[in-house]
Ligand binder design. Sequence first.
Ligand code: J2J
Length: 547
Amino acid sequence: VTDPAALAPTWPEEFAERYRAAGWWRGETFGGMLRERAAAHPDRVAVVDPATDRRWTYGELDARADRLAAGMLARGIAPGERVVVQLPNIAEFFEVVFALFRIGALPVFALPAHRETEIAYFCRFTEAAAYVVAAEHGGYDYRALAAHVRAEVPTLRHVWVAQGDPGEFEALADVAAPAPARPDVPGPAPHDLAFLQLSGGSTGVPKLIPRTHDDYLYSLRGSNEICGVDEHSVYLCVLPAAHNFPLSSPGTLGALYAGARVVLCPQPGPDTAFPLIEREGVTLTGLVPPLALLWTRAAETTSHDLGSLDVLLVGGAKFSEEAARRVRPALGCALQQVFGMAEGLVNYTRLDDPEETVVTTQGRPISPDDEIRVVDDADDDLPPGATGHLLTRGPYTIRGYWNAPEHNARSFTADGFYRTGDIVRLTDTGHLVVEGRAKDQINRGGEKIAAEEVENHLLAHSAVHDANVVGEPDPYLGERTCAYVILRPGAEPPTALAVKRFVRARGLAAYKVPDRVEFVDAFPHTGVGKISKKDLRAAAAQRPGTP
Ligand code: J2J
């Protein structure tokens, strides 16, 4: 086992001391947190899985995590080892991650949309010992995916199937040791790594984000306070559970931290979500802007009683002011905008902010110790109110990606500020307004696409000479992707559809396949001879039919 601590840059001791002294880091772990909640209120419902009609109490979740942890240990999973977790919104997600937390093994949070290329990369790069999937979800067979990945990655010793027919693999239910069982390990320390989260990324391969128990638990505690989450709250998990937003802002883990109830939404549409809100008395949830638009529209004509809903969090991509204004009248709840990132920093508009602030800004940081700098291209601080690059440092913002020293030198300043790649402006009330993006990424309705990653796949096509991927405006998603392609002279020219199919067949998440492929003879260049993505974006935006 590679020593994980050596792979994850951490806070200098003076900062760690300060964050402990300030009370942000309290010396808690996820395993200990669940143990305490289960002891305090064993019979309270923790997780509702409507698709399978299951309701797990805190006592049951705690016991299940213990049994699974004991079973994983018996199969050789050691503290510090990585386990790629790719599950839909099902109760087992929590059983698995808390079992791993108890051992001190690290979940690597993959999304259900990921395919062979991404999963094999996560497994190889983290030297994962195990991979956890559901048999099938959304019409896709993850066992077939697992078979490919296992054949490709020698470190992968186990594939566990959490739900459905395990096929050639072991069922998660069989991994769990018989009751009563407890994992015989000391468990991780609060400053140890808890998991690896995925970055949206702007480079050829996704970066992994090492988060510790202490720092993440602080972000949950802070989020709960800001969003009014307490033991009476009911959080509906609509977005994919592994994503940082529904996991932590305040998300499912925030809800469990508060001793509240988590309801898993199997599908994000109003047809599934609205009846669940009514039946379970959901008090808050989080959505990306396209879903918020859809819900707002559906709420105008729904027969379901959404009266229990107090707060709707919207984030992951810029929420337009017009759309934001419609939330309260349509859904009858407060809106909180949230501008967060898996690397750390999370900003919320506050429940007592004036309406104008709530609809026109993306909030302000959780912590008084979140340091915010708005700088120009030379890293010099700009005057208050000016628009520039957002740099940040703080008690729950990482100091470096997992095992990526060269990339870290570019993504962090010498004194540890994370370069978010976002272009922002600070208002005189200390709220941030997201004005744009400097990183080479497309934000497709909250789903992040690294242009370089898709370009590399396009370049693998024998008829493609060069490729550039940019975002173009989309009325529903905010942005969609357009690939500009120069074909190789003399090659049999493929159709746009064939190029899309080619990218899809490379084993990529569907959201990364270009929405549009356009063949061109040349790319526009900047004065210094570099390809101008700015001009390509402008060209894409000016197409007839684009808003
Ligand atoms: C504009 N851009 C936004 C917003 C994120 C809570 C909420 C979201 C995420 C998330 C998260 C935005 N307006 N309101 O982790 O805990 C863009 C920025 C940012 C990037 C981070 C959370 N909210 N963004 O979206 O790691 O560009 O996290 O840097 O997926 O999303 O993406 P991600």
